[in-house]
Ligand binder design. Structure first.
Ligand SMILES: Cc1cc2nc3c(=O)[nH]c(=O)nc-3n(C[C@H](O)[C@H](O)[C@H](O)COP(=O)(O)OP(=O)(O)OC[C@H]3O[C@@H](n4cnc5c(N)ncnc54)[C@H](O)[C@@H]3O)c2cc1C
Length: 266
């Protein structure tokens, strides 16, 4: 949370930086793997501790039954897969993220990426009267534009509160309290701005993540989604150098970062 603007009723809570939490990663079932290798009369071990990297290697080796043969290290094996564009192998490495402090305009762009899985905060079930709001940096940096933005967001918040109150009266005959609130909130949310803060759980495989990072880490992408793409890449470069180590973060003249790889579209 970066700024609090007082209003007549309650403070407007403004967020300017997204948060990306890596909340899940894969692990191996070593006993099943050993059983498979024994059944096939081969032996194989890998030098990576990262579940997604080991599973992607294991999947790739299934294509050629090259367990115990060929490229020795996991890094060498996956670098070759990336170089030749054998992208389906990368789909076996999966991560789970929680992204918070982001706007509804960000999630509208994010969910266009069809190979991720999503679970997002519901504006029908959750009361948005205490919501945070995401202010673009370029508006926050200009006092006059900031004042215009705050006025617009406060007007929307006031309208939302009035609509929820009016709609709860309208649905007073509905005995189920949860349903009554849902009916009120689902109509009242129509006045909430794109700036309204949301939270989204995102699951993606290495191939889909690479595609997202390339499209949305580009200087042509919106600033907010670019921040998330850069942060996801930072996490993934640390977590899985064999699957994301070919990327670089490059600074633009305005000080913001973009992503780059010599192996796009794998
Ligand atoms: C800078 C920028 C500006 C944009 N501006 C706009 C805009 O003005 N309006 C707008 O509507 N969108 C816009 N978008 C969103 C864009 O059109 C895509 O919807 C979004 O980037 C997801 O890309 P994708 O479809 O490649 O990704 P994914 O859904 O992740 O798909 C990945 C890849 O899978 C394949 N694929 C997936 N589904 C299919 C399918 N049904 N048929 C065939 N192949 C498929 C394609 O090869 C695709 O590239 C913009 C995106 C960017 C990065």
């Amino acid at each position: 949370m970066e700024a609090v603007e007082p209003t007549q009723k309650k403070a407007l809570k403004i967020v300017r930086e997204p948060k990306v939490y890596l909340v899940g990663r894969q692990e191996l079932d070593r006993e099943a793997i050993e059983r498979f290798l024994a059944d096939q009369g081969v032996s194989w071990s890998t030098d990576t501790e990262v579940g997604a990297e080991a599973l992607a290697e294991m999947a790739g080796r299934a294509c050629y039954m090259s367990y115990g043969k060929g490229r020795k290290t996991n890094r060498e094996f996956l670098a070759h897969i990336i170089e030749v564009g054998h992208g389906s192998v990368l789909e076996h490495g999966v991560w789970n993220f929680l992204v918070t402090g982001v706007s509804r305009s960000f999630t509208h762009e994010l969910i266009r990426h069809r190979h991720f899985s999503y679970s997002q905060l519901s504006q029908r079930y959750v009361d948005e009267s205490e919501s945070d709001f995401i202010e673009p940096d370029v508006i926050a940096g200009d006092p006059e534009l900031h004042a215009v933005w705050c006025e617009a967001v406060n007007a929307a918040r006031a309208a939302y509160d009035q609509l929820v109150a009016g709609l709860e009266k309208h649905f007073a005959g509905e005995p189920d309290k949860t349903l009554r609130r849902k009916l009120a909130r689902q109509a009242a949310r129509s006045v909430l701005p794109n700036a309204t803060e949301t939270k989204i759980f995102v699951t993606g495989n290495a191939r889909a993540l690479r595609h997202f990072i390339e499209l949305r880490g580009s200087e042509h992408a919106d600033v907010e989604i670019r921040k998330v793409a850069v942060e996801m890449l930072r996490i993934l470069m640390r977590d899985s150098p064999a699957l994301f180590g070919d990327y670089k973060l490059v600074e633009l003249p305005d000080g913001t970062l973009v992503t780059h790889t010599d192996h796009p579209h794998v």
